[in-house]
Design a protein around this ligand. Structure first.
Ligand SMILES: Cc1ncc(COP(=O)(O)O)c(C=O)c1O
Length: 394
């Protein structure tokens, strides 16, 4: 066996020993809007693991918008946005994103990951200090690293530490990076205070709203809810693949930022434009969310049920995180829950910021509260049996 092949085998053994093996198993899920007639004979599962918080990925209005866009523009964007890949549907999406979030300009990327790489590499460099919360998503960590900026990391939510780091900086510019609602633990940033500290130190605040848009602030996001939409020193990034039910990402902020990204963000320039179907579906989702704040309320109502039944403090958004402890236990619980018909996320190192493996349950607007209550009861009962004291089953 070659050296590389031997190394791959050794790495696989390590993952097996540590209980951190990931897989890409296809599953048929169910929800109010889901097609459950998958030809695979597998029973359908109640999905409390995805990020389809509003159930829009299977909504007929989004499907119709996507199909119309394919009819009009074809299945692919065919080129980079800065060559011939920009189509009217991209402009429509960017306008709807601005309408939803209250921002003045938007730039759509092919994913949220690419949007985060794009903004941080375009703003970064030796003259820009990047200061980020320690719980930031991998795409923000990678973007900061790729930017070649000096990087400082502050303890999760420690705004006094952020204040000190900004006060002590030697670089002319600084960008502070946080998530409005964190992806694994589901807790929220104090955006008002973070923005105040940024303003005091003439720093730009970059807020990743991946888990905020569609859920916080009646669906318009946490930045909007904090009254910071359009603030000169606050910009945001978004994914179109969670509450918006489509695929893709975006950066939102002032027109000068958009122009800078179009000209310098490598993950925008050297990437084929977002597929027209995804852009059209996301634009339709923006219109639906803007017109119907009850969707966001429904997610939070179901999140409250999960938290109450699992005996945990309710986290700010759709994500509710049930600590288990050992990764083997978390994996085993997730498998047993799937066998019982409930799909939950299983987060283990290195995807858990505090090293505690957990089940991650996401609330969805398109599930009845009773359905959620029963599923959460199953989770609570199983977790209590494996990790007594972690949850108080009700
Ligand atoms: C906080 C956060 N930012 C960015 C992303 C990346 O978004 P996308 O899946 O659209 O690449 C995700 C999710 O995957 C996320 O949770």
């Amino acid at each position: 066996m070659g050296t590389m092949q031997q190394w791959l085998t050794d790495q696989a053994d390590v993952r097996t020993r540590r209980g951190t093996v990931r897989n890409t198993t296809a599953r048929t899920i169910t929800g109010r809007n889901s097609a459950t007639s998958d030809s695979a004979a597998r029973a359908t599962l109640l999905d409390l693991a995805s990020n389809d918080y509003l159930g829009l990925s299977t909504d007929l209005r989004l499907k119709t918008a996507a199909i119309d866009a394919i009819g009009r523009y074809g299945t692919g964007a065919r080129a980079s946005r800065v060559v011939t890949g920009t189509q009217p549907v991209h402009a429509e999406l960017e306008e709807e994103l601005c309408g939803l979030t209250g921002q003045t300009a938007a730039l759509a990327f092919s994913s949220g990951y690419a949007a985060n790489l794009g903004i941080l590499t375009a703003l970064g460099g030796p003259g820009t200090l990047i200061v980020r919360d320690e719980h930031c998503h991998a795409s923000l960590i990678d973007g900061a690293r790729l930017s070649r900026s000096p990087i400082e990391v502050f303890a999760h939510g420690d705004l006094a530490a952020l204040d000190r780091l900004l006060a002590g900086r030697s670089q002319p510019r600084a960008a502070v990076v946080v998530e409005s609602v964190y992806s694994v633990l589901g807790d929220a940033s104090d955006l008002t205070e973070t923005a105040r500290i940024c303003a005091k130190h003439d720093a730009l605040l970059v807020v990743d709203e991946a888990h905020g848009i569609g859920v916080a602030g009646g669906g318009r996001g946490a930045v909007h809810a904090a009254g910071l939409a359009g603030a000169e020193h606050v910009v945001l990034t978004a994914t179109l693949s969670k509450a918006l039910g489509a695929q893709g990402g975006a950066v939102l902020g002032p027109p000068a930022l958009r122009a800078h990204l179009v000209n310098t963000a490598r993950s925008f320039i050297f990437d084929t434009g977002l597929a027209p179907a995804a852009a059209a579906a996301a634009a339709e989702a923006c219109r639906i969310i803007a017109a119907d704040p009850s969707l966001a309320q429904a997610v939070l109502g179901n999140a409250a049920v999960i938290a109450q039944v699992c005996g945990i403090e309710q986290a700010a958004g759709a994500v509710q995180s049930v600590p288990v402890g050992r990764s083997e236990d978390a994996v085993q619980l997730a498998v047993r829950l799937e066998d019982a018909g409930v799909l939950v996320g299983c987060f283990r190192p290195p995807s858990v910021p505090d090293g505690i493996s957990r089940l991650r349950l996401t609330a969805r607007a398109d599930l009845a509260q009773e359905q959620v209550r029963q599923a959460a009861g199953l989770v609570a009962g199983m977790v209590a049996a494996v990790a007594p004291g972690k949850v108080a089953a009700r």
